[in-house]
Design a protein. Structure first.
Length: 236
């Protein structure tokens, strides 16, 4: 096996898997070992089949790296089935089994059944390095964007908290009492009985959203009331 042929390494792995699949098939048993024409009482077999082949021999050649390229493996597999179809008549079981297995074999081996060019190792490694660098740059870019996004979110969140705190401190007494009640319902441990100090940053998100909604509604009501007062003052 040649180190410079990167795709060949992949092909041999595919060949090994396909061979295992074929050998485990229920119709594979007539082709697993060399034909024993003496035991089978078929003395004319060596005269008709001059180039015998079987699955165990292919497996041995594959494991000992005798195949230089995948096409040699494919040729030996086809030889097994062609020999069986040549010696056994079309209506026989072995002939039918050979047809079925050969069809299945070519379906499984199709990704590498066509010859392809060898791959230059240096070019392949350079391409790999380029891809790795691009992947690293993309990862760093994503991390940078995530950090920037987190920073922006934190800045926005801090500004939001400062605005809420300022808006709450502008509320009159009765409305401030409502704010205290809202906090007590969800965060009673954050309030001091002797002196009311509201730490917006210590509140959970749900409480902050509730307070924001209350303050917004209060301000909207206050603005509407102010508009009504101005209109009344303008009337003669």
């Amino acid at each position: 096996m040649c180190d410079s042929d990167i795709e060949l390494l992949s092909d041999m792995e595919v060949c090994e898997k396909v061979l295992g699949h074929i050998m485990s098939h229920r119709y594979a048993f007539p082709f697993l070992k060399p034909v024993d024409y003496v035991a089978l009482n078929i003395p004319d077999y060596p005269n008709i089949i001059t180039n015998p082949m079987d699955l165990s021999s292919v497996k041995k050649k594959l494991e000992s790296f005798e195949y230089v390229e995948a096409q040699q493996f494919i040729a030996d597999m086809d030889l097994i089935f062609q020999n069986a179809k040549t010696y056994n008549p079309p209506n026989s079981d072995v002939h039918t089994m050979a047809q079925i297995l050969q069809k299945l074999f070519h379906e499984k081996i199709r990704p590498i059944s066509m010859p392809h060019a060898r791959v230059d190792t240096k070019l392949y490694n350079n391409l790999l390095d380029t891809v790795k660098k691009l992947q690293q740059e993309l990862k760093e870019l994503r991390n940078s964007k995530e950090k920037e996004k987190t920073k922006e979110e934190n800045t926005a969140y801090k500004a939001e908290k400062c605005k809420l705190s300022a808006d709450i401190h502008k509320l009159p007494g009765p409305e401030l009492a409502v704010v205290v009640k809202i906090i007590q319902e969800k965060n009673a441990d954050l309030l001091n009985d002797e002196e009311i100090e509201i730490d917006i940053g210590a509140l959970d998100c749900e409480t902050q959203r509730t307070l924001q909604q209350y303050v917004r509604e209060y301000n909207e009501d206050a603005e509407r009331d102010e508009v009504k007062k101005k209109r009344k003052r303008r009337k003669p």
